[in-house]
Ligand binder design. Structure first.
Ligand code: FES
Length: 189
């Protein structure tokens, strides 16, 4: 049984009611666990979709410039941080020389990790045009520049996509080296 199943199995009705009250009073889920937390330093990254979902994201997963993958962070205990949609991560590989100086320390060999949630109204970022080096959101066509730290290239979004700092782990595995540079999800700054 996974960790989420274990927690759910131990919750009685009274706890649920108490939890719901705490939730509504604080605006946060009272029983939030590691799966609900945003990616953190020391997490490893695994592929989030497709036939290879769950496999480690390595530099080889993004061997060519222009590659994009969706990823999920996994904590040191092996729990996937997929309880919050704001944990969605996308990684793209661009030419290292194109990366803005201020985010270069957060990248590994041209691989940039960003929040996969549009900062306009929260749709999932899914478009990538390597010619223009722009990520796009199909809901209202905002565009973002990963090599420039998620800067908005075209609105209606006004807030850049947060960057997730990366580090190289054993065997070229990509690891989380810190928290998102700003709060993921809709916002204005
Ligand atoms: S939600 Fe992405 S552009 Fe509106």
């Amino acid at each position: 049984m996974d960790q989420r199943g274990k927690r759910a199995g131990g919750v009685d009705r009274r706890s649920v009611v108490a939890g719901a009250v705490a939730c509504c009073a604080t605006g946060r889920a009272a029983w939030a666990g590691p799966e609900d937390a945003l990616p953190q330093k020391g997490d490893r990254l695994v592929l989030g979709d497709g036939a290879q979902a769950g496999q480690a994201v390595t530099l080889a997963s993004l061997a060519e410039e222009g590659t994009l993958v969706e990823a999920v962070a996994v904590d040191p205990a092996g729990i996937k941080r997929d309880g919050s949609r704001f944990s969605k991560i996308i990684l793209v590989r661009v030419a290292p020389g194109d990366i803005a100086e201020e985010i270069r320390p957060h990248t590994v060999e041209g691989v940039v990790a960003l929040s996969g949630v549009c900062t306009h109204q929260g749709c999932t970022i899914s478009g990538w045009n390597h010619e223009d080096r722009k990520l796009s959101c199909f809901c209202h066509h905002s565009e973002f520049l990963p090599a420039e730290g998620g800067r908005v290239a075209k609105g209606p979004a006004r807030k850049r996509l947060p960057v997730l700092p990366l580090a190289r782990g054993e065997g070229g595995a990509l690891m989380v080296a810190g928290s998102f540079t700003s709060k993921p999800g809709p916002g204005t700054a």
